[in-house]
Design a protein around this ligand. Structure first.
Ligand SMILES: NC(=O)c1ccc[n+]([C@@H]2O[C@H](COP(=O)([O-])OP(=O)(O)OC[C@H]3O[C@@H](n4cnc5c(N)ncnc54)[C@H](OP(=O)(O)O)[C@@H]3O)[C@@H](O)[C@H]2O)c1
Length: 240
């Protein structure tokens, strides 16, 4: 059988990079995508140093053309897709009266619309993998704020609720064909995204990116008979 492959968005840092490292260690050939080319290339170089096969494609998840370009590049390089990790995301905090239209659109496009487009563009590859192995996996990074609405992060919160709902819908629509979907719902993870909060919550009290990658490692080892619709990652003592 051809080597299994994974496509990971938002793979240049934080959670996405930890998942890419884990999937490389599990023998997957990787396509990694993120917005800023230099940061992505540095991450890809680190992955290649581990001995992993890596295709890096810089792309803005707000752009439909860029998303198609990522999938086309992955298809041309590997010809198959076993695991899709829809992880790129952005959060802009503001009171509702202060939200700019630009920041609303950006969060809706990157956090949610891009996920729909990635399913649409890859579903034939996922179907082929599921037909061959009885299973293909899509992991969508939501958030704990995709389970409980949060003030000041209201738009982010709403986009992450959409990710949970869409993941449920994809399981209804595609899991009978072997394409399983899981939403990841973490509380604070120690990544660049939470630098704004590190005055209140020390980094060493946050969930680690490797904790999240460990959850995804569990998913790739499960039998085709098992679906995990979502995983909530909480911090000890935290009120939800
Ligand atoms: N950290 C947390 O506490 C936490 C909790 C719950 C959920 N999450 C979610 O976890 C995911 C990963 O975040 P993280 O914490 O690992 O943060 P991070 O280290 O800042 O990573 C975010 C990734 O997304 C990419 N990205 C952002 N906007 C993009 C765009 N327009 N086009 C393409 N790529 C884009 C970034 O690339 P560039 O840097 O080049 O833009 C980067 O690779 C996000 O969906 C986030 O909402 C995080």
């Amino acid at each position: 059988m051809a080597k299994k492959t994974a496509l990971i968005t938002g793979a240049s840092s934080g959670i996405g990079l930890a998942i890419a490292n884990m999937l490389g260690s599990e023998g997957y050939s990787l396509t990694v995508a993120a917005r800023r080319p230099e940061k992505l290339e540095a991450a890809a170089a680190g992955l290649r140093e581990q001995g992993y096969e890596v295709l890096a494609v810089a792309a803005d998840m707000q752009s439909e053309d860029d998303i198609k370009r990522v999938v086309d590049a992955h298809r041309a390089e590997y010809g198959r897709l076993d695991v899709l990790i829809n992880n790129a995301g952005v959060g802009v905090g503001a009171p509702v009266g202060d939200y700019t239209t630009k920041s609303i659109d950006m969060q809706m496009d990157v956090n949610f619309r891009a996920i729909v487009l990635f399913y649409r563009e890859t579903v034939d590859l996922l179907r082929a993998a599921a037909a061959e192995n009885k299973t293909a996996l899509v992991v969508n990074t939501s958030s704990i704020s995709g389970k409980f609405g949060q003030g000041w992060l209201s738009v982010y919160s709403a986009t992450k609720h959409a990710v949970v709902g869409f993941t449920q819908a994809m399981n209804k629509e595609l899991s009978g064909e072997g394409i399983k979907s899981t939403a990841l719902c973490p509380a604070f993870v120690d990544t660049p995204m939470t630098d704004f909060a590190k005055g209140q919550v020390p980094a060493d009290e946050m969930i680690t990116p490797d904790d999240i990658a460990a959850g995804v490692r569990m998913l790739i080892h499960q039998s085709p008979a098992c679906i995990v619709p979502e995983i909530i990652f909480q911090r000890p003592g935290e009120d939800l």
